[in-house]
Design a protein around this ligand. Structure first.
Ligand code: SAH
Length: 204
């Protein structure tokens, strides 16, 4: 979108519909619009979005992928939960965006992209979901933006190194877990999360 500012991006994303009934087993946490805008704006300033092929893994209701599309990317959103994907489709239509939505497990998706954006399950409910998402992302694209629980930082660093990726940015964020899941009794709970940018290391 021509002339869009980071603030207007965040406002547009804040108006999107979220999960209607979040599924705890799938760890459906909506990324807060300002955190999504921060990530997307970083990629935008690096010139990584406009005209690029972007995949959003575990897209949920689409805040990351649709935001990338607003900034000029060609976007595929992969989401296993049909209900969330339906909301994502409505959000895309509301923004007048043409995107591809694939209802599938991320491990079934194969393709190539310039960039992956994702906020994967943190692996607290579905063990190793975070590792599976990273592994798929690294196979798809040379640049990956992702959120992970800060407590897993050592794993994230070791795993990405083993997979041939360098961490070029690690930004600590306070991640609000919206009160969308029944087992979260508190009104609003924040967890320490790190936003990473990974880049493939080429040895020649
Ligand atoms: N990216 C969205 C949603 C994050 S929550 C946002 O930032 O707001 C994680 C999402 O991953 C949920 O929508 C969940 O349904 C989806 N998910 C979990 N496991 C998955 C899998 N194996 N394959 C595809 N999607 C999955």
């Amino acid at each position: 979108m021509i002339g869009m500012s980071k603030k207007s991006l965040a406002i547009t994303l804040s108006r999107l519909q979220g999960f209607t009934s979040a599924n705890p087993a799938l760890e459906q946490y909506l990324t807060e619009s300002s955190l999504a805008a921060d990530l997307l704006w970083d990629a935008h300033l690096r010139g990584e979005l406009d005209g690029s092929a972007v995949v959003d893994l575990g897209a949920g209701t689409g805040v990351l992928g649709l935001g990338a599309a607003l900034l000029g990317a060609r976007v595929v959103l992969v989401e296993k939960d049909a209900q969330a994907a339906a909301v994502c489709r409505e959000n895309a239509a509301a923004l007048g965006l043409k995107v591809r939505i694939v209802i599938a497990d991320v491990e079934e998706y194969s393709g190539r992209a310039d960039l992956v954006v994702m906020n994967p399950p943190f692996g607290t409910r579905a063990r190793h979901a975070d590792r599976r998402f990273l592994s798929v992302a690294f196979a798809l694209a040379p640049i990956v933006y992702s959120f992970h629980k800060t407590s897993t930082d050592r794993f994230v660093r070791a795993f990405s190194r083993d997979e041939g990726f360098a961490i070029t940015a690690a930004v600590p964020v306070s991640f609000p877990l919206r009160n969308t899941m029944r087992h979260h009794r508190k009104e609003r709970e924040f967890i320490a999360v790190t936003r990473y940018r990974f880049e493939k290391i080429y040895n020649d």
